[in-house]
Design a protein around this ligand. Structure first.
Ligand code: ZN
Length: 192
């Protein structure tokens, strides 16, 4: 899947967890940081591609991308597995603890969850593509859904642009319109 589909999928997954999970109020700062972490999490697994958006947008990113590509074992390897999720879970946890003193009104626990939901959504979305995802590394088997490759999506092709992306937008519009009041409650008392 392309970066923008991954970001929209991550945002959709976060919205679904917030809307259908138990109500808990959050500060606006937490909500903003959570969405940002979620979007970053949504494209993080693809840092194993030298052409990933993160590397492309950095001046010397091309070289870092190639180096990271070799460390992570090439595209759709370590960063596209449960093991990768656990490793990044730890890394982000420590990064957030480090940043905590300068983010007083941010609930870093929720920001961590938002990142992880984004990253998990990436793996789920890539599972729908022809290449599949090596969920159980170091067992080198790539899993895909549906199991028959023919019915899966090819990254960046018409079915992704015409079906998956618009479908995600429809899901978001429906989800937020239907549950708008619940969202207001979640933000209400902590709007400052
Ligand atoms: Zn990917």
């Amino acid at each position: 899947m392309t970066g923008r589909t991954h970001d929209l999928a991550a945002f959709t997954a976060l919205g679904a967890v917030v809307i259908f999970g138990p109500i808990r109020t959050v500060t606006l700062a937490t909500a903003i940081m959570a969405v940002l972490a979620n979007l970053v999490g949504g494209i993080t697994p693809d840092i194993d591609q030298p052409t990933a958006p993160l590397w492309r947008n950095l001046p010397v990113g091309k070289y870092f991308g190639k180096i990271f590509d070799n460390i992570a074992g090439g595209h759709r390897f370590l960063t596209h597995s449960v093991l990768g999720l656990v490793i990044f879970g730890f890394l982000i946890h420590f990064l957030l603890i480090f940043l905590d003193p300068i983010m007083r009104s941010v609930d870093i626990g929720l920001v961590w969850w938002a990142f992880m939901i984004g990253m998990l959504s990436h793996l789920v979305m890539d599972t729908l593509t022809k290449e599949g995802v090596p969920w159980l590394l170091p067992i080198p088997i790539k899993f895909g859904f549906p199991p028959v490759k023919k019915f899966r999506v090819k990254t960046g092709k018409l079915e992704e642009k015409l079906i998956i992306f618009p479908l995600l937008i429809v899901v978001n519009v429906y989800m937020y319109l239907e549950n708008y009041n619940k969202l207001l409650v979640i933000l209400h008392r902590h709007i400052v």
